[in-house]
Design a protein around this ligand. Structure first.
Ligand code: COA
Ligand code: ZN
Length: 304
C-alpha cells in the first residue's frame, strides 16, 4: 500500500506490556510465564521490549522477580531489553542483570510523583543523577519517562510548559530518549500538538516517544496526530495490558495490536509480526484467565 503524505516510513514500537502491564496485576503471574511471554514478544520482532522494573519490591511486589526474569529470558539479537530504575540501588540490580537500557521515571505533576516514587520532581532528578552516571560508564542507553504529561489523577490539568520544564532537566542529565506519558489516558489530539510543540526546542523529534493509554478511546487518534508531527517512537502493550498502581482509574495502555494494525495499514513499517503479537497476548490471556482489551485481538480471535 502507498505511504500516506508526510507520514514516516518506519516507526519503532516499544513493547511495554511485561512491565507496564504486569506491574498492575491482581493475581500472581509465575516467573516462568513472564519469561515465556517476553520470549514470544522477542520472537515477534520488537526492537525494544521493556521487560520489568528494578524498583522496591514493597512498592511493586508484582515485579519482585525482576532478576530471575532477566536471567531466564532468551535474548534475541536485534531486541533491546530495557527496565525501569528509580535510584542507584535499582541501577546496581539492573547492571547485574545485564540489561541493554534503563528507564528513569518522573512526572509533570508533583502529587503524582510524590505518590509514585515518594519524592518531589526535583528530588527525582537528584536520584537519577547517579543512575545516568552509572549507565554512561556501562555504555548503556537511558530513557526518561515523564508521566502525567497530559493530565494528573490528583491535580487535573497539566500545562505543556510543566512537561517541557521536566524534559529540559532530563535532557540536561543526559537521557537519550524521552517518553511522554498519558498515564491516565485523558489526552486529546490538540493536546498532543501543544505538548510536542512545547518540547520542540528541548530535544530533537527523533528522541521523543509517545506513551498513550487508551482509557477514553483517544489513543489512536493521538498517535495519528503525533505521526503527522514527526514522532517515530511509540510505546504500547501487548493486548492492551496495563495501568498504573498510583493512578486510580488508569486502565490499559494502547494495545500493541491496535497500534500495529493502524501503522501497517498506513504502509508504515515496524518490523513486528502482528500475528505473533496476537499469539503472545493469547498465551498471557490463558495465564491470567482474562481476555485482552485489544480491539484488534478481539476481531482476530473471534470465532463465528
Ligand atoms: N530495588 C530494591 N529495593 C529497593 C529499591 C530498588 N530499586 N529502592 C529502594 N529499595 C528498598 C530499600 O532497600 C528499603 O528497604 P528496607 O525497608 O528493607 O530497608 C525500602 O525499599 C525503602 O527504601 P527507600 O530508599 O526509603 O525508598 P522509598 O520508600 O522512599 O521509595 C522508591 C522510593 C522509588 C524506591 C519506591 O517508591 C519505588 O520503588 N517506586 C516504584 C513505583 C513504580 O514502579 N511505579 C510504577 C511505574 S509508573
Ligand atoms: Zn503506561
Amino acid at each position: 500500500m502507498a505511504n500516506n503524505g508526510n507520514m514516516p516510513k518506519r516507526v519503532t514500537v516499544v513493547e511495554v506490556g511485561p512491565r507496564d502491564g504486569l506491574q498492575n496485576e491482581q493475581g500472581v503471574i509465575p516467573t516462568e510465564a513472564k519469561i515465556a511471554f517476553i520470549d514470544m514478544l522477542s520472537a515477534a520482532g520488537f526492537a525494544v521490549v521493556e521487560a520489568t522494573s528494578f524498583v522496591s519490591p514493597k512498592a511493586i511486589p508484582q515485579l519482585a522477580d525482576a532478576s530471575e526474569v532477566m536471567a531466564g529470558i532468551t535474548r534475541r539479537p536485534g531486541t533491546r531489553y530495557t527496565v525501569l530504575v528509580p535510584n542507584a540501588k535499582g541501577m546496581e540490580r539492573a547492571l547485574a542483570a545485564k540489561v541493554d537500557e534503563v528507564a528513569v521515571f518522573t512526572g509533570a505533576s508533583e502529587t503524582f510523583v510524590q505518590h509514585n516514587i515518594r519524592t518531589s520532581i526535583a528530588g527525582s532528578i537528584t536520584n537519577f543523577r547517579p543512575v545516568v552516571e552509572m549507565a554512561r560508564q556501562a555504555g548503556i542507553r537511558v530513557r526518561g519517562y515523564i508521566s502525567t504529561a497530559f493530565g494528573c489523577p490528583y491535580e487535573g490539568a497539566v500545562a505543556p510548559e510543566a512537561v517541557a520544564r521536566v524534559a529540559r532537566e532530563l535532557v540536561a542529565l543526559g537521557v537519550d530518549e524521552l517518553s511522554i506519558g498519558d498515564t491516565i489516558g485523558v489526552a486529546t489530539p490538540n493536546q498532543v500538538g501543544d505538548v510536542v510543540s512545547a518540547l520542540q526546542d528541548v530535544t530533537s523529534l527523533d528522541r521523543l516517544a509517545m506513551h498513550f493509554h487508551d482509557t477514553r478511546g483517544t489513543a489512536l487518534a493521538n498517535v495519528l496526530v503525533a505521526l503527522e508531527l514527526g514522532i517515530t517512537i511509540f510505546d504500547s502493550s501487548s493486548g492492551g495490558l496495563g495501568g498504573c498502581p498510583y493512578a486510580p482509574g488508569a486502565s490499559g495502555n494502547l494495545a500493541t495490536e491496535d497500534l500495529l494494525y493502524l501503522l501497517h495499514g498506513m504502509g508504515i513499517e515496524t518490523g513486528v509480526d502482528l500475528d505473533a503479537v496476537v499469539a503472545a497476548s493469547r498465551y498471557l490471556a490463558g495465564v491470567r484467565g482474562m481476555a485482552p482489551a485489544s480491539r484488534y485481538y478481539a476481531a482476530a480471535t473471534a470465532t463465528s
